[in-house]
Design a protein around this ligand. Sequence first.
Ligand code: NAG
Ligand code: NAG
Ligand code: NAG
Length: 218
Amino acid sequence: MRLSIQTILSIIIVTLSSGINSSKCRDGVHNVITVDSYGNETLPVEIRNIRIHVYDHDMKPSCYKRKVNVVMPGWFVIKSGEVDTSRDFDVVKDGAVSVSVALDGDHICLNGHSDMFIVPESLCNFEMSSFFPVDICKTLQQKGLHTLKELETKNAFNATLELPASPSFLGISLLDVMKGNYRIKISIASEGKKIVEFALPTGYTDLKMGLNEKDDED
Ligand SMILES: *[C@@H]1O[C@H](CO)[C@@H](O)[C@H](O)[C@H]1NC(C)=O
Ligand SMILES: *[C@@H]1O[C@H](CO)[C@@H](O)[C@H](O)[C@H]1NC(C)=O
Ligand SMILES: *[C@@H]1O[C@H](CO)[C@@H](O)[C@H](O)[C@H]1NC(C)=O
C-alpha cells in the first residue's frame, strides 16, 4: 500500500491532536468531583448526585494527569445535587460531624477522632452549626427532597465557592507538604444517632489535592 502525503499528514495531525487532548483537563469532564451517600446502611438522610467542578485560583479547570485535583486557593462550583430528608431534624441545635480523612493511606482522622498526634480532635469532630451556614442547615434538615435550585432561590446560596489559601506554617504551605491522594468521609449524627454519611468523592475513593504537574518536570 502506498501512503499518500495526505494520509501521512492526517495521521500526524490526528496523533498530535490526540496528544493535546490527552493532556488537557477538560472542563466538566476531568475536573469533576461527585458526592453521594456512602455505605449500605439505610439512613434517614440521603445525599445524591452532587457534582462539583474544580478550578484553580485563575478559574482554570484543575487536574493532575487528567484527574481532578483540588488546589488552594481555588474554586469549587457546585453544579447539581440533592438531599433527601425523610423526617425533620434539628442539626442546628444538635448535629455532630465526624470526619475520616486519610492521606496516601495514613489516617489523619478516623471516625471523628484524631489519628495523628499533631492533629487536634477539633479538626475531626465538631458541631454542624460551627461549620455550615445555619440557614442552609435549616433548609436541609426539613423533611423533603432538597435541590441545589432550592438553596439558590430560598437561601440565595452561591454555588461558586472560593477555597482559601492553604494554612501555612513558617511560610510553608501545609498543602504543599500534605499533597497527595486523600480519602474523605463525613458522617453526621443527631441525638446520638447517625443520620447521614457521605464520601467525597463518591465511594470513598482517592481525591488528589495540592499536586502540580510542573513539580514533576525535574
Ligand atoms: C479532541 O477534542 C475535541 C473536543 O472535544 C474533539 O472534537 C476531537 O475529536 C478530539 N480529537 C481527538 C483526536 O481525539
Ligand atoms: C455492609 O457493609 C459492611 C462493610 O463493608 C459489610 O460488612 C456488611 O456485610 C454489609 N451489609 C450488608 C447487608 O450488605
Ligand atoms: C457568587 O460568587 C462569585 C465569587 O465570589 C461571584 O463572582 C458571583 O458574582 C456570585 N454570584 C452571585 C449571583 O452573587
